[in-house]
Design a protein around this ligand. Sequence first.
Ligand code: PLP
Ligand code: ZN
Length: 439
Amino acid sequence: MTQSLERLVTESAKTLAPTFTGLKCRECGEMYEATAKHVCEDVCFGPLEVAYDYDAIRQRVSRSTIQAGPLSIWRYKEFLPVSTDDVIDVGTGMTPLVRANRLARRLGLKELYIKNDAVNMPTLSFKDRVVSVALTRARELGFTTVSCASTGNLANSTAAIAAHAGLDCCVFIPSDLEAGKVLGTLIYGPTVMAVHGNYDQVNRLCSEVANSYGWGFVNINLRPYYSEGSKTLGFEVAEQLGWRLPDHVVAPLASGSLFTKIYKGFQEFTKVGLVEGKDVRFSGAQAEGCSPIAQAFRDGRDFVSPVKPSTIAKSIAIGNPADGIYALDIARKTNGNIESVTDAEIVEGMKLLAETEGIFTETAGGTTIAVLKKLAEAGKIDPDECTVAYITGNGLKTQEAVQGYIGEPLTIEPKLDSFERALERARTLDRLEWQQVLV
Ligand SMILES: *Cc1c(COP(=O)(O)O)cnc(C)c1O
Ligand SMILES: [Zn+2]
Protein backbone atom coordinates (compact mmCIF):
# COMPACT_ATOMS: atom_id res chain seq x y z
CA MET A 1 0.00 0.00 0.00
CA THR A 2 1.35 3.44 -0.84
CA GLN A 3 1.80 5.85 2.01
CA SER A 4 -0.94 8.21 0.84
CA LEU A 5 -3.40 5.38 0.36
CA GLU A 6 -2.55 4.12 3.83
CA ARG A 7 -3.26 7.56 5.25
CA LEU A 8 -6.56 7.71 3.39
CA VAL A 9 -7.62 4.37 4.85
CA THR A 10 -6.67 5.43 8.39
CA GLU A 11 -8.50 8.74 8.00
CA SER A 12 -11.66 7.10 6.74
CA ALA A 13 -11.48 4.62 9.63
CA LYS A 14 -11.48 7.60 11.94
CA THR A 15 -14.61 9.08 10.45
CA LEU A 16 -16.63 5.86 10.66
CA ALA A 17 -20.01 6.50 12.24
CA PRO A 18 -20.30 5.34 15.85
CA THR A 19 -21.68 1.83 16.36
CA PHE A 20 -24.26 2.99 18.88
CA THR A 21 -27.47 4.46 17.58
CA GLY A 22 -29.13 6.06 20.60
CA LEU A 23 -30.84 5.23 23.85
CA LYS A 24 -33.70 2.77 23.97
CA CYS A 25 -36.29 2.28 26.71
CA ARG A 26 -35.96 -1.20 28.23
CA GLU A 27 -39.71 -1.31 28.87
CA CYS A 28 -41.49 0.24 25.88
CA GLY A 29 -38.74 0.43 23.26
CA GLU A 30 -39.02 4.20 22.70
CA MET A 31 -35.80 5.61 21.14
CA TYR A 32 -34.00 8.74 22.35
CA GLU A 33 -30.95 10.65 21.21
CA ALA A 34 -27.74 9.68 22.98
CA THR A 35 -27.69 12.59 25.46
CA ALA A 36 -27.31 12.67 29.26
CA LYS A 37 -30.61 11.03 30.04
CA HIS A 38 -31.56 7.83 31.84
CA VAL A 39 -35.36 7.51 31.98
CA CYS A 40 -38.03 7.23 29.31
CA GLU A 41 -39.51 10.61 30.14
CA ASP A 42 -41.82 10.84 27.09
CA VAL A 43 -43.65 7.56 27.62
CA CYS A 44 -43.23 5.16 30.56
CA PHE A 45 -40.37 6.28 32.87
CA GLY A 46 -38.58 2.97 32.27
CA PRO A 47 -34.75 2.87 32.29
CA LEU A 48 -32.87 3.71 29.08
CA GLU A 49 -30.19 1.49 27.60
CA VAL A 50 -27.68 2.07 24.80
CA ALA A 51 -28.70 0.59 21.44
CA TYR A 52 -26.19 -0.57 18.80
CA ASP A 53 -25.99 -1.39 15.13
CA TYR A 54 -24.76 -4.98 15.43
CA ASP A 55 -24.28 -5.36 11.67
CA ALA A 56 -21.81 -2.48 11.77
CA ILE A 57 -20.01 -4.05 14.74
CA ARG A 58 -19.87 -7.43 13.00
CA GLN A 59 -18.26 -5.83 9.96
CA ARG A 60 -15.64 -3.98 11.99
CA VAL A 61 -14.48 -6.45 14.62
CA SER A 62 -12.94 -9.88 14.63
CA ARG A 63 -10.94 -11.85 17.17
CA SER A 64 -7.76 -10.54 15.60
CA THR A 65 -8.75 -6.85 15.55
CA ILE A 66 -9.59 -7.16 19.23
CA GLN A 67 -6.34 -8.95 20.01
CA ALA A 68 -4.43 -6.20 18.20
CA GLY A 69 -6.12 -3.54 20.35
CA PRO A 70 -4.93 -1.94 23.59
CA LEU A 71 -4.50 -4.05 26.75
CA SER A 72 -7.48 -2.38 28.38
CA ILE A 73 -11.28 -2.27 28.11
CA TRP A 74 -10.81 -0.11 25.00
CA ARG A 75 -9.94 -3.18 22.91
CA TYR A 76 -13.76 -3.58 22.88
CA LYS A 77 -14.41 0.04 21.89
CA GLU A 78 -16.90 -0.85 19.12
CA PHE A 79 -19.14 -2.34 21.82
CA LEU A 80 -18.94 0.78 23.98
CA PRO A 81 -20.99 4.01 23.70
CA VAL A 82 -18.31 6.54 22.77
CA SER A 83 -17.57 8.07 19.40
CA THR A 84 -14.24 9.76 20.12
CA ASP A 85 -10.87 8.09 19.55
CA ASP A 86 -9.58 10.18 22.43
CA VAL A 87 -10.75 7.79 25.13
CA ILE A 88 -9.68 7.97 28.76
CA ASP A 89 -7.40 4.96 28.97
CA VAL A 90 -5.73 4.55 32.35
CA GLY A 91 -5.13 0.84 31.84
CA THR A 92 -8.55 -0.23 33.08
CA GLY A 93 -9.49 -3.82 32.39
CA MET A 94 -7.73 -6.96 31.15
CA THR A 95 -7.41 -8.12 34.74
CA PRO A 96 -6.26 -11.69 35.39
CA LEU A 97 -8.56 -14.67 34.95
CA VAL A 98 -6.99 -17.07 37.44
CA ARG A 99 -7.53 -20.83 37.36
CA ALA A 100 -8.44 -21.50 40.99
CA ASN A 101 -7.56 -25.17 41.51
CA ARG A 102 -7.03 -25.12 45.26
CA LEU A 103 -10.32 -23.34 45.91
CA ALA A 104 -12.05 -25.64 43.41
CA ARG A 105 -10.81 -28.72 45.28
CA ARG A 106 -12.09 -27.31 48.58
CA LEU A 107 -15.51 -26.78 47.03
CA GLY A 108 -15.65 -30.05 45.10
CA LEU A 109 -15.57 -28.30 41.70
CA LYS A 110 -13.42 -29.21 38.71
CA GLU A 111 -13.00 -26.08 36.60
CA LEU A 112 -13.16 -22.85 38.56
CA TYR A 113 -11.78 -19.42 37.61
CA ILE A 114 -11.53 -16.15 39.49
CA LYS A 115 -11.93 -12.96 37.44
CA ASN A 116 -9.75 -10.76 39.58
CA ASP A 117 -10.86 -7.11 39.50
CA ALA A 118 -9.31 -6.65 42.95
CA VAL A 119 -6.30 -5.58 40.88
CA ASN A 120 -8.12 -3.43 38.35
CA MET A 121 -6.58 -0.06 37.51
CA PRO A 122 -6.42 2.63 38.73
CA THR A 123 -8.41 2.10 41.95
CA LEU A 124 -8.58 -1.67 42.51
CA SER A 125 -12.24 -2.36 41.80
CA PHE A 126 -14.47 -3.19 38.87
CA LYS A 127 -15.87 0.37 39.06
CA ASP A 128 -12.88 1.62 37.04
CA ARG A 129 -14.52 -0.04 34.02
CA VAL A 130 -17.83 1.81 34.28
CA VAL A 131 -16.18 5.12 35.16
CA SER A 132 -13.69 5.01 32.27
CA VAL A 133 -16.62 4.70 29.89
CA ALA A 134 -18.88 7.21 31.67
CA LEU A 135 -16.24 9.94 31.90
CA THR A 136 -15.14 9.48 28.30
CA ARG A 137 -18.78 9.96 27.29
CA ALA A 138 -19.20 12.85 29.79
CA ARG A 139 -16.29 14.70 28.19
CA GLU A 140 -17.71 13.99 24.76
CA LEU A 141 -21.06 15.47 25.82
CA GLY A 142 -19.33 18.61 27.11
CA PHE A 143 -19.50 18.12 30.89
CA THR A 144 -16.74 19.77 32.90
CA THR A 145 -17.89 18.64 36.36
CA VAL A 146 -18.54 15.00 37.13
CA SER A 147 -20.12 13.39 40.15
CA CYS A 148 -21.61 10.21 41.59
CA ALA A 149 -23.62 8.68 44.41
CA SER A 150 -21.33 6.02 45.77
CA THR A 151 -21.05 3.12 48.22
CA GLY A 152 -17.27 3.76 48.21
CA ASN A 153 -15.56 2.20 45.22
CA LEU A 154 -17.37 4.38 42.72
CA ALA A 155 -16.19 7.52 44.52
CA ASN A 156 -12.59 6.23 44.42
CA SER A 157 -12.84 5.56 40.73
CA THR A 158 -14.68 8.74 39.72
CA ALA A 159 -12.24 10.92 41.70
CA ALA A 160 -9.15 9.20 40.28
CA ILE A 161 -10.19 9.10 36.65
CA ALA A 162 -11.58 12.66 36.78
CA ALA A 163 -8.20 13.77 38.11
CA HIS A 164 -6.45 12.05 35.23
CA ALA A 165 -8.82 13.61 32.69
CA GLY A 166 -8.68 17.08 34.26
CA LEU A 167 -12.41 17.16 35.10
CA ASP A 168 -13.82 18.84 38.20
CA CYS A 169 -15.26 16.31 40.61
CA CYS A 170 -17.72 16.27 43.51
CA VAL A 171 -18.71 12.91 44.98
CA PHE A 172 -21.37 11.86 47.49
CA ILE A 173 -20.91 8.97 49.94
CA PRO A 174 -22.69 7.72 53.07
CA SER A 175 -20.85 9.13 56.11
CA ASP A 176 -20.20 5.68 57.67
CA LEU A 177 -17.90 4.22 54.98
CA GLU A 178 -14.68 2.31 55.68
CA ALA A 179 -11.61 4.53 56.26
CA GLY A 180 -9.81 3.06 53.23
CA LYS A 181 -12.63 4.01 50.90
CA VAL A 182 -12.77 7.59 52.18
CA LEU A 183 -8.99 8.07 52.06
CA GLY A 184 -8.91 6.42 48.64
CA THR A 185 -11.19 9.19 47.39
CA LEU A 186 -9.76 12.22 49.19
CA ILE A 187 -6.23 11.64 47.88
CA TYR A 188 -7.31 12.65 44.35
CA GLY A 189 -8.52 16.03 45.59
CA PRO A 190 -12.24 16.04 44.73
CA THR A 191 -14.96 17.66 46.83
CA VAL A 192 -16.38 14.88 49.01
CA MET A 193 -19.86 15.13 50.52
CA ALA A 194 -20.28 12.60 53.37
CA VAL A 195 -24.02 12.35 53.82
CA HIS A 196 -25.70 11.34 57.09
CA GLY A 197 -27.78 8.58 55.58
CA ASN A 198 -27.56 5.28 53.71
CA TYR A 199 -26.76 4.85 50.02
CA ASP A 200 -30.39 5.00 48.94
CA GLN A 201 -30.77 8.40 50.64
CA VAL A 202 -27.51 9.60 49.05
CA ASN A 203 -28.82 8.49 45.69
CA ARG A 204 -32.10 10.33 46.12
CA LEU A 205 -30.27 13.53 47.05
CA CYS A 206 -28.02 13.16 44.00
CA SER A 207 -31.03 12.80 41.69
CA GLU A 208 -32.17 16.22 42.87
CA VAL A 209 -28.70 17.71 42.42
CA ALA A 210 -28.36 16.17 38.96
CA ASN A 211 -31.58 17.85 37.87
CA SER A 212 -30.47 21.32 38.83
CA TYR A 213 -26.66 21.59 38.56
CA GLY A 214 -25.81 20.44 35.05
CA TRP A 215 -23.22 17.96 36.33
CA GLY A 216 -22.52 14.59 34.81
CA PHE A 217 -23.48 12.00 37.44
CA VAL A 218 -21.91 8.79 36.24
CA ASN A 219 -24.60 6.57 37.78
CA ILE A 220 -27.59 8.89 37.32
CA ASN A 221 -27.89 10.98 34.15
CA LEU A 222 -24.94 9.15 32.54
CA ARG A 223 -26.08 5.74 33.83
CA PRO A 224 -26.85 4.21 30.41
CA TYR A 225 -23.22 4.83 29.32
CA TYR A 226 -21.73 3.94 32.71
CA SER A 227 -23.45 0.56 32.92
CA GLU A 228 -22.18 -0.48 29.46
CA GLY A 229 -18.65 -0.53 30.93
CA SER A 230 -19.56 -3.67 32.89
CA LYS A 231 -20.02 -5.63 29.66
CA THR A 232 -16.23 -5.78 29.45
CA LEU A 233 -16.32 -8.21 32.42
CA GLY A 234 -18.13 -10.56 30.08
CA PHE A 235 -15.99 -9.84 27.01
CA GLU A 236 -12.71 -10.39 28.84
CA VAL A 237 -13.75 -13.69 30.38
CA ALA A 238 -14.87 -14.98 26.96
CA GLU A 239 -11.60 -13.90 25.36
CA GLN A 240 -9.45 -15.19 28.24
CA LEU A 241 -11.18 -18.59 28.13
CA GLY A 242 -9.98 -18.85 24.52
CA TRP A 243 -13.07 -17.34 22.88
CA ARG A 244 -15.64 -19.48 24.61
CA LEU A 245 -18.29 -18.83 27.24
CA PRO A 246 -18.25 -20.44 30.68
CA ASP A 247 -21.12 -22.65 31.91
CA HIS A 248 -21.88 -20.76 35.10
CA VAL A 249 -20.99 -17.36 36.54
CA VAL A 250 -21.33 -16.12 40.10
CA ALA A 251 -21.30 -12.35 40.65
CA PRO A 252 -22.27 -9.90 43.40
CA LEU A 253 -25.44 -7.82 43.19
CA ALA A 254 -25.80 -4.25 44.45
CA SER A 255 -27.99 -2.35 41.98
CA GLY A 256 -27.89 -5.48 39.81
CA SER A 257 -26.29 -3.60 36.93
CA LEU A 258 -23.02 -5.45 36.59
CA PHE A 259 -24.81 -8.83 36.68
CA THR A 260 -27.14 -7.87 33.83
CA LYS A 261 -24.28 -6.43 31.79
CA ILE A 262 -22.10 -9.53 31.98
CA TYR A 263 -25.13 -11.26 30.47
CA LYS A 264 -25.45 -8.59 27.77
CA GLY A 265 -21.73 -8.91 27.01
CA PHE A 266 -22.03 -12.67 26.41
CA GLN A 267 -25.13 -12.10 24.23
CA GLU A 268 -23.36 -9.49 22.11
CA PHE A 269 -20.24 -11.62 21.55
CA THR A 270 -22.53 -14.43 20.42
CA LYS A 271 -24.60 -12.12 18.21
CA VAL A 272 -21.59 -10.87 16.24
CA GLY A 273 -20.06 -14.34 15.96
CA LEU A 274 -17.02 -13.93 18.22
CA VAL A 275 -18.04 -16.94 20.33
CA GLU A 276 -20.40 -19.85 19.95
CA GLY A 277 -23.70 -19.33 21.76
CA LYS A 278 -24.24 -21.21 25.01
CA ASP A 279 -26.75 -21.25 27.85
CA VAL A 280 -24.66 -19.72 30.61
CA ARG A 281 -26.17 -19.98 34.11
CA PHE A 282 -26.14 -16.75 36.13
CA SER A 283 -26.04 -16.85 39.92
CA GLY A 284 -26.04 -13.73 42.11
CA ALA A 285 -24.61 -13.00 45.56
CA GLN A 286 -25.97 -10.68 48.25
CA ALA A 287 -25.25 -10.05 51.91
CA GLU A 288 -28.10 -11.16 54.15
CA GLY A 289 -28.16 -7.70 55.75
CA CYS A 290 -29.08 -6.23 52.36
CA SER A 291 -30.64 -8.91 50.20
CA PRO A 292 -33.78 -7.55 48.54
CA ILE A 293 -33.06 -9.37 45.25
CA ALA A 294 -32.27 -12.70 46.96
CA GLN A 295 -35.49 -12.42 48.98
CA ALA A 296 -37.56 -11.79 45.87
CA PHE A 297 -35.87 -14.77 44.20
CA ARG A 298 -36.61 -17.03 47.17
CA ASP A 299 -40.23 -15.86 47.36
CA GLY A 300 -40.82 -16.33 43.63
CA ARG A 301 -41.73 -12.64 43.26
CA ASP A 302 -41.09 -10.63 40.08
CA PHE A 303 -40.78 -7.36 41.99
CA VAL A 304 -38.17 -6.29 44.54
CA SER A 305 -39.22 -4.82 47.90
CA PRO A 306 -36.75 -2.21 49.19
CA VAL A 307 -34.93 -2.93 52.47
CA LYS A 308 -32.83 -0.90 54.91
CA PRO A 309 -29.22 -2.14 54.62
CA SER A 310 -27.22 -3.39 57.59
CA THR A 311 -24.11 -5.38 56.63
CA ILE A 312 -20.31 -5.19 56.57
CA ALA A 313 -20.54 -5.54 52.76
CA LYS A 314 -21.05 -1.81 52.34
CA SER A 315 -20.01 -1.62 48.70
CA ILE A 316 -23.01 -3.76 47.73
CA ALA A 317 -25.45 -2.36 50.31
CA ILE A 318 -28.14 -0.96 48.02
CA GLY A 319 -31.59 -1.43 49.56
CA ASN A 320 -33.53 -0.28 46.49
CA PRO A 321 -31.71 -1.80 43.49
CA ALA A 322 -32.42 -0.09 40.16
CA ASP A 323 -31.75 -3.20 38.07
CA GLY A 324 -33.08 -5.71 40.59
CA ILE A 325 -35.95 -6.99 38.45
CA TYR A 326 -33.69 -7.49 35.43
CA ALA A 327 -31.17 -9.42 37.54
CA LEU A 328 -34.00 -11.61 38.89
CA ASP A 329 -35.21 -12.31 35.38
CA ILE A 330 -31.74 -13.35 34.18
CA ALA A 331 -31.10 -15.65 37.17
CA ARG A 332 -34.45 -17.35 36.59
CA LYS A 333 -34.32 -17.75 32.85
CA THR A 334 -30.74 -19.08 32.90
CA ASN A 335 -31.55 -21.61 35.63
CA GLY A 336 -29.24 -19.85 38.09
CA ASN A 337 -29.76 -18.84 41.70
CA ILE A 338 -29.58 -15.77 43.92
CA GLU A 339 -28.33 -16.48 47.43
CA SER A 340 -27.43 -14.45 50.47
CA VAL A 341 -24.87 -15.05 53.23
CA THR A 342 -24.30 -13.68 56.73
CA ASP A 343 -21.57 -11.22 57.68
CA ALA A 344 -19.70 -14.07 59.43
CA GLU A 345 -19.82 -16.12 56.23
CA ILE A 346 -18.56 -13.09 54.28
CA VAL A 347 -15.47 -12.88 56.51
CA GLU A 348 -14.95 -16.64 56.06
CA GLY A 349 -15.28 -16.15 52.30
CA MET A 350 -12.59 -13.47 52.31
CA LYS A 351 -10.26 -15.74 54.29
CA LEU A 352 -11.01 -18.77 52.13
CA LEU A 353 -10.10 -16.95 48.91
CA ALA A 354 -6.97 -15.48 50.47
CA GLU A 355 -5.77 -18.79 51.92
CA THR A 356 -6.48 -20.92 48.86
CA GLU A 357 -5.66 -18.56 46.00
CA GLY A 358 -3.60 -15.68 47.40
CA ILE A 359 -6.23 -13.09 46.52
CA PHE A 360 -7.24 -10.52 49.13
CA THR A 361 -10.70 -9.28 48.27
CA GLU A 362 -13.03 -6.90 50.03
CA THR A 363 -16.36 -7.75 51.63
CA ALA A 364 -18.19 -7.86 48.27
CA GLY A 365 -15.75 -10.55 47.08
CA GLY A 366 -16.19 -12.38 50.39
CA THR A 367 -19.91 -12.38 49.67
CA THR A 368 -19.35 -13.86 46.22
CA ILE A 369 -17.04 -16.61 47.51
CA ALA A 370 -19.38 -17.45 50.41
CA VAL A 371 -22.30 -17.75 47.98
CA LEU A 372 -20.16 -19.82 45.59
CA LYS A 373 -19.42 -22.17 48.49
CA LYS A 374 -23.07 -22.33 49.54
CA LEU A 375 -24.21 -23.11 45.99
CA ALA A 376 -21.50 -25.73 45.49
CA GLU A 377 -22.36 -27.45 48.79
CA ALA A 378 -26.07 -27.46 47.90
CA GLY A 379 -25.35 -29.06 44.53
CA LYS A 380 -26.54 -25.93 42.74
CA ILE A 381 -23.28 -25.74 40.81
CA ASP A 382 -22.45 -28.89 38.91
CA PRO A 383 -18.85 -30.03 39.62
CA ASP A 384 -18.26 -30.32 35.87
CA GLU A 385 -19.44 -26.82 35.02
CA CYS A 386 -16.78 -24.32 33.93
CA THR A 387 -17.51 -21.71 36.61
CA VAL A 388 -16.28 -18.13 36.88
CA ALA A 389 -16.55 -16.16 40.13
CA TYR A 390 -16.24 -12.40 39.77
CA ILE A 391 -14.09 -10.71 42.42
CA THR A 392 -14.91 -7.03 42.16
CA GLY A 393 -12.91 -5.22 44.84
CA ASN A 394 -9.74 -5.19 46.95
CA GLY A 395 -9.43 -6.23 50.59
CA LEU A 396 -7.00 -3.48 51.55
CA LYS A 397 -9.93 -1.07 51.34
CA THR A 398 -12.08 -2.91 53.91
CA GLN A 399 -9.52 -3.93 56.54
CA GLU A 400 -12.01 -3.28 59.36
CA ALA A 401 -14.02 -6.30 58.25
CA VAL A 402 -11.32 -8.88 59.04
CA GLN A 403 -9.63 -7.24 61.99
CA GLY A 404 -9.66 -9.68 64.91
CA TYR A 405 -10.34 -12.72 62.72
CA ILE A 406 -6.96 -13.34 61.11
CA GLY A 407 -4.47 -13.76 63.93
CA GLU A 408 -1.51 -11.56 64.77
CA PRO A 409 2.22 -11.62 64.06
CA LEU A 410 4.45 -13.30 66.64
CA THR A 411 6.48 -10.49 68.12
CA ILE A 412 10.01 -11.56 68.98
CA GLU A 413 13.42 -10.22 70.00
CA PRO A 414 16.15 -10.06 67.35
CA LYS A 415 17.68 -13.23 68.83
CA LEU A 416 17.70 -16.83 67.61
CA ASP A 417 16.39 -18.30 70.86
CA SER A 418 13.47 -15.87 70.89
CA PHE A 419 12.61 -16.96 67.34
CA GLU A 420 12.90 -20.63 68.29
CA ARG A 421 10.61 -20.28 71.30
CA ALA A 422 8.03 -18.43 69.19
CA LEU A 423 8.23 -21.06 66.45
CA GLU A 424 7.70 -23.82 69.00
CA ARG A 425 4.65 -22.03 70.29
CA ALA A 426 3.31 -21.51 66.76
CA ARG A 427 3.71 -25.24 66.06
CA THR A 428 1.76 -26.32 69.11
CA LEU A 429 -1.19 -24.12 68.20
CA ASP A 430 -3.30 -25.12 65.24
CA ARG A 431 -5.26 -22.39 63.52
CA LEU A 432 -8.41 -22.97 65.53
CA GLU A 433 -6.64 -22.57 68.87
CA TRP A 434 -4.97 -19.52 67.43
CA GLN A 435 -8.25 -17.78 67.06
CA GLN A 436 -9.34 -18.74 70.55
CA VAL A 437 -6.19 -17.21 71.96
CA LEU A 438 -6.87 -13.98 70.10
CA VAL A 439 -10.53 -13.45 70.93
C1 PLP B 1 -20.55 -1.42 43.05
C2 PLP B 1 -20.00 -2.75 43.38
C3 PLP B 1 -20.65 -3.95 43.01
C4 PLP B 1 -22.02 -4.07 42.40
O1 PLP B 1 -22.38 -3.22 41.42
P1 PLP B 1 -23.82 -3.12 40.73
O2 PLP B 1 -23.50 -2.97 39.31
O3 PLP B 1 -24.48 -1.91 41.32
O4 PLP B 1 -24.62 -4.37 41.05
C5 PLP B 1 -20.00 -5.14 43.29
N1 PLP B 1 -18.81 -5.18 43.90
C6 PLP B 1 -18.16 -4.07 44.26
C7 PLP B 1 -16.84 -4.20 44.94
C8 PLP B 1 -18.72 -2.81 44.01
O5 PLP B 1 -18.05 -1.72 44.39
ZN1 ZN C 1 -40.54 3.66 27.91
